[in-house]
Design a protein around this ligand. Structure first.
Ligand SMILES: Nc1ncnc2c1ncn2[C@@H]1O[C@H](COP(=O)(O)OP(=O)(O)O)[C@@H](O)[C@H]1O
Length: 214
């Protein structure tokens, strides 16, 4: 149930208009300056995951602006390019087609310099990401945020329980080397600023031997 639930693409995104232009242009125009000789990435790829409402899109947007990386909102991409297998009435979301998503992103990810934003992480190729950030939010705070989205009672409780049982953190730890997984609290505006600062430092130090010692 968990897996199926988090494989769906939520219909309610608060930042769709803002990100759509960026997404289309960024995915369609490979930048040769970002690829080193031999195909090794010049800039890192970051995956930001977590239960819906934990602040992925908000944080990714701020981080992308701060450090000039490309923000890829998988939910938006799936809708924009029809990378799904239709609408699930029961779960009230699109059913993502993971193969189509991975095919769509392969070249972009190879270039590096991407911040990928999605409430799931186990179907991406492990080699794509240099760090996997899992945002976590206190239950009472998350409940308020999700209630404001007008989710159905079942969707609300699915997402709420997903956070209580730390489904995304477990999924990240099972899918990626544990030293690449970083859990960050996302309850307040101050948390967003601190997380952006932490990750900005990490990007600047990327490729140095201590880059994962956060
Ligand atoms: N750390 C935070 N502190 C306060 N409000 C936040 C925080 N993170 C997100 N929000 C708010 O919560 C809502 C959901 O955030 P969003 O970034 O869309 O989450 P997600 O992308 O994980 O679904 C938005 O209204 C956003 O402004």
């Amino acid at each position: 149930m968990w897996k199926h639930t988090i494989r769906c693409v939520s219909a309610s995104f608060t930042h769709m208009e803002t990100y759509q232009g960026k997404l289309i242009s960024s995915c369609s125009e490979p930048n040769p300056d970002m690829v080193q000789e031999g195909g090794q990435r010049k800039k890192p790829n970051i995956l930001v995951t977590g239960t819906p409402g934990t602040g992925k899109t908000t944080m990714c947007s701020a981080l992308a602006e701060a450090i000039h990386l490309r923000h890829i909102n998988i939910g938006e991409l799936v809708k924009e390019k029809n990378l799904h297998d239709g609408w699930d009435d029961e779960l009230d979301c699109y059913v993502i087609n993971e193969d189509l998503v991975c095919d769509e992103l392969e070249d972009t990810m190879e270039e590096g310099g991407n911040i990928v934003d999605y409430h799931g992480c186990d179907f991406f190729p492990v080699r794509w990401f240099d760090i996997v950030v899992v945002l976590q939010t206190d239950n009472s705070v998350l409940y308020d945020r999700l209630s404001k989205r007008g989710y159905s009672e079942s969707k609300l409780s699915n997402n709420f329980e997903c956070e209580i049982f730390q489904v995304l953190l477990e999924e990240a730890k099972e899918s990626y080397p544990e030293e690449r997984v970083l859990a960050l609290k996302s309850d307040t505006i101050e948390d967003i600023s601190r997380n952006v600062a932490t990750l900005t430092d990490w990007v600047r130090n990327w490729n140095s031997p201590s880059s994962l010692n956060l």
